[in-house]
Design a protein around this ligand. Structure first.
Ligand SMILES: C[S@@+](CC[C@H](N)C(=O)[O-])C[C@H]1O[C@@H](n2cnc3c(N)ncnc32)[C@H](O)[C@@H]1O
Length: 259
């Protein structure tokens, strides 16, 4: 039987977020008795590293933080590094020294700054996460806070409510775009697309600041097969690098596509 994930006796803020732990358990239970390689970016005093070490009895647990970490670890299954999450040469060195075949799990609980998270995400995801591996980004909603480095408070944009007249106009543009006339007249389709961008621009409220903005970029990666679809999108076609992406309050779970 798998051991539960109880952080109450560890010095980690994960102990405060019990729903985080419940979500982690859903993904981690099947890995618990494997020789898991886990990397956590941002570990503060290392409490979460001890939690992962004790949860994965055969795991190698690796942590990176700006500040050096002092930990008592008689098991010898914890490795720590100090440096910046955005330092891709350091990330390569960590990968080569601790998980040459790739990590099974990477958790980013680090700066929570969108542009830094993006650098380490794509570098680690592409080069150091195993196919089928899991990448977790914590605390993505910092992008909704004025007081956060790159966050701003949520101000729902003014949006057009449903207007039957506008809806009919949209429908007309969609039909026009597909009409023989538009395919024959030079630039007609380009003109309609431009019009659609203006008219449809204020349909939805979206907040694109800080880490929230980066997470929304990742939603576009989920849509890559359709973004690049030869008949409707912009080829060359490629499938999404993600098998799935689950966004939940405070956490995003991304599973890398199995090749
Ligand atoms: C929320 S704390 C980590 C908490 C820890 N994961 C836990 O569960 O207890 C964030 C940590 O990220 C580190 N940090 C912030 N920006 C960083 C960066 N650019 N590179 C590396 N570490 C960073 C901070 O030093 C801090 O210790």
């Amino acid at each position: 039987m798998s051991k539960g994930l109880d952080a109450s006796s560890y010095d980690t803020d994960k102990a405060l977020h019990t729903h985080y732990l419940r979500n982690y358990e859903q993904y981690f239970a099947r890995l618990q008795n494997r020789e898991v390689r886990l990397l956590e970016l941002g570990v503060y005093k290392g409490g979460s590293l001890l939690l992962w070490r004790d949860y994965f009895p055969k795991g190698l647990i690796v942590g990176l933080d700006l500040n050096p970490i002092q930990l008592e670890d008689p098991s010898g299954r914890i490795r720590t590094y100090s440096g910046k999450q955005q330092d891709t040469s350091l990330l390569d060195r960590i990968g080569a020294e601790t998980a040459p075949d790739g990590f099974d799990v990477i958790i980013d609980d680090c700066s929570h700054i969108g542009e830094l998270t993006r650098i380490s995400f794509w570098h680690l995801f592409d080069n150091h996460l195993k196919p089928g591996g899991l990448y977790v980004i914590e605390d993505w909603s910092t992008g909704y806070w004025d007081s956060w480095f790159d966050g701003v408070s949520f101000q729902p944009r003014w949006v057009n409510g449903f207007s039957p007249g506008l809806f009919r106009f949209r429908s007309l543009m969609a039909r026009l775009y597909r009409s023989t006339l538009a395919t024959r007249v030079p630039f007609a389709q380009k003109f309609i697309i431009g019009l659609k961008r203006v008219i449809n621009g204020r349909q939805f409220r979206s907040h694109d600041h800080g880490l929230v903005g980066f997470i929304k970029e990742l939603v576009d990666e989920c849509g890559m097969a359709d973004i690049t679809r030869p008949d409707l999108g912009k080829p060359p076609q490629r499938c999404s690098k993600f098998q799935d992406m689950r966004i939940s309050p405070g956490q995003v779970f991304i599973t890398k596509l199995h090749r």
